[in-house]
Write a protein that binds this ligand. Structure first.
Ligand code: SF4
Length: 403
């Protein structure tokens, strides 16, 4: 009988109990625990903090981080490398670095696995990797610890079905985001499989214009040059379309894009053609949906300021910040260190900007104030708690006195 040693792992190593203590000490937040037990509210003096009921680590992130810790425990003496970032949170990634995990940088052409040896362990992130990267690792024969989230796999199944049935996958997402790159690559399983990524409704409407004969070929190709299959031809490949989305986009915009694409197909070709040649499916994950629903519920309350905590490259955090900014003065901070207690200044990233800016006097020094808080799916509770502590400290309240 051949001696086959498994090299591909998708369900951890049965070491959950062994790593639990490390996970708790690295990511639990005391103030968040208190908020939870007090109906998501902390009131001290004339400052009230309200936490959205769904926030922070999602099931996919918890699982990915858990498996990475388990992999370290399982292979204490092996070199462990991560394809990209496990999730978009610098603190979690730094923790893994402290545990000796090395990070490989990726680019549009994929990862450079040149340094990976068969004896190495490679962790695939919650976003997944492209088919090309996956096959490269298979050929190397290294141990693969695949933490791709089940909700991402669901999007892949949808895109796979579109490509199999001859439809172009139109993906609402960010073409440079790891998850969307991996999702788009799924069309490569079929010869003639194609994709087009639209960032937002404005880009979706450009596609509608083209479908309805109002587009200009050169301008279209220039706009989507980095966001479409290499041989994408709008005159050929917008005839049959299936819509899917990156799991962390703004849910209402994804739904609206599916709707306008369908209407456009119908205007261009008629209802029967639409029924035969157009499909749409909402692939926003339930964790993203729950966090967006919870923040919408919180925004129904009177709030003076909203604080959104999460990595500046975290897609779901940006979606939460965009929702909040429509309704209330909002600050998206990368982490608690963005709140400078001494100077009363906050460093934050405005919506649709890629630059951090500073705002002084962001929290009024006196008078009653209500601060809403939420955090993206990759933000651990201890980092949320640190931010809450700094909010209170900015108003002169010692967070250690809060019970
Ligand atoms: S945000 Fe959604 S898709 Fe992404 S890891 Fe979390 S649960 Fe999975």
């Amino acid at each position: 009988m051949p001696d086959t040693v498994p090299t591909y792992f998708r369900k951890g190593f049965g070491l959950k109990a062994e790593v639990q203590e490390d996970l708790s000490s690295d990511y639990t937040g005391r103030l968040v625990d208190i908020l939870r037990t007090q109906d998501y509210t902390l009131q001290v003096g004339d400052i009230t903090v309200r936490l959205a009921r769904e926030f922070g680590f999602c099931y996919g992130v918890e699982r990915a981080v858990d498996y990475a810790y388990q992999a370290r425990r399982k292979f204490p003496d092996r070199r462990i490398v991560l394809a990209g970032e496990i999730i978009h949170n610098p603190h979690v990634n730094d923790k893994l670095r402290e545990m000796g995990v090395e990070f490989l940088k990726g680019g549009p052409a994929g990862f450079d696995f040149g340094s990976v040896q068969p004896a190495d362990v490679v962790i695939l992130p919650a976003f997944g990797v492209t088919i090309h990267d996956f096959e490269q690792l298979r050929k190397l024969g290294c141990v693969m610890v695949d933490t791709t989230c089940g909700s991402v796999l669901n999007v892949w199944k949808r895109v796979d079905a579109y490509a199999r049935d001859g439809l172009t996958s139109l993906i609402h997402g960010k073409h440079y985001h790891e998850e969307t790159r991996a999702t788009a690559s799924q069309v490569e399983r079929y010869s003639g499989g194609r994709y087009l990524v639209v960032r937002d409704m404005a880009e979706a409407l450009l596609v509608c214009d083209y479908i309805e004969g109002r587009g200009e070929r050169g301008a279209f190709l220039a706009t989507f040059q980095h966001a479409a299959s290499p041989d994408f031809d709008p005159d050929l490949h917008l005839q049959r379309i299936g819509v899917a989305n990156q799991t962390t986009m703004l849910a209402r915009e994804s739904l609206a894009i599916g709707e306008v694409m369908g209407q456009s197909m119908e205007r261009a070709h008629g209802p029967d053609y639409r029924a035969q040649n157009f499909r749409t499916f909402d692939t926003i994950c339930s964790a993203t949906q729950d966090r967006q629903d919870a923040v919408n519920a919180l925004l129904e309350e009177p709030l003076d300021v909203m604080l959104v905590i999460g990595g500046y490259n975290s897609s779901n955090t940006m979606s939460l910040a965009a929702i909040c900014a429509e309704r209330v003065r909002t600050f998206h901070v990368g982490d608690a260190t963005g709140i400078d207690v001494e100077r009363g200044v906050i460093s934050h990233q405005p919506i649709a900007s890629h630059n951090e800016v500073e705002t002084a006097d962001w929290l009024p020094a006196h008078g009653p104030i209500r601060v809403g808080i939420t955090a993206g799916a990759s933000t651990p509770n201890n980092k949320i708690g640190d931010a809450v502590a700094r909010v209170f400290a900015t108003r002169g309240i010692d967070p250690r006195s809060i019970q």
